[in-house]
Design a binder for this molecule. Structure first.
Ligand code: GRF
Length: 206
């Protein structure tokens, strides 16, 4: 195990989760380096933040590839150039194929804006409001071939209020995402995560 871990973060847009992770890595002096931020959209706002923090950026645009397999292998090549110990999906809005996921087994994390296994897929806040759940939230999990499944690393719950709109609920959840994603990545970086029978055990710090 290398003492310094290389982390590659994949984004598609705003990149606020990526920002929260970068800020935590700096503030908490993680034994890790965010070596690159890669986007599948050239216009992703988060690329500006990454570049302004001296992080290498790259664009692998899915629209430039005829098939998912071709896109996935181009993306994999771009990522592996940086020899990552961990790949972090932070608002990355493309479904990745099974070979890609297998290549990064146990070193690929995702954040999903719901309390999984409730509401996998898109429009989670809308679904939560329609269903009338009283609690909603976010989940950080290891990525497996099944969409929005995979061993759960951390979750945070927020109350749902009767006058919530999709955007008010999304904002409340996002604030929690910015807490749990850096925490989960910090655990990974410090080798505190172990997956046993599909469940994540978080070891205490030494
Ligand atoms: C987050 O809510 C994330 O959970 C979801 O998309 C949003 C991305 O936000 N998949 P950002 O790009 O990290 O600001």
């Amino acid at each position: 195990m290398r003492p310094m871990k290389n982390i590659v973060i994949l984004i598609s847009g705003r990149g606020s989760n990526m920002e929260a992770i970068v800020q935590a890595a700096i503030a908490e002096r993680w034994p890790a380096k965010i070596v690159a931020v890669i986007s599948n959209k050239a216009e992703a706002k988060g690329l500006e933040f990454a570049a302004s923090h001296g992080i290498a950026t790259a664009i692998v645009a899915n629209k430039d590839y005829a098939s998912r397999d071709e896109f996935d292998s181009a993306l994999q090549q771009a990522i592996d150039f940086y020899q990552p110990d961990l790949v972090v999906l932070a608002g990355f809005m493309r479904i990745l194929g099974a070979p890609f996921v297998a290549h990064y087994a146990n070193r690929l994390l995702n954040i999903h804006p719901s309390l999984l296994p409730s509401f996998p897929g898109l429009d989670t806040h809308k679904k939560a409001l329609e269903f009338g759940v009283k609690w909603h939230g976010a989940t950080v999990h290891f990525v497996t071939a099944e969409l929005d499944h995979g061993p759960i690393v951390e979750q945070a719950a927020v109350a749902v209020f009767s006058d919530d709109s999709e955007s008010s609920l999304a904002a409340r959840v996002l604030a929690q995402e910015h807490q749990i994603y850096p925490r989960a990545v910090r655990w990974f970086v410090h080798d505190q995560l172990q997956v046993v029978d599909g469940r994540v055990i978080v070891a205490a710090t030494a």
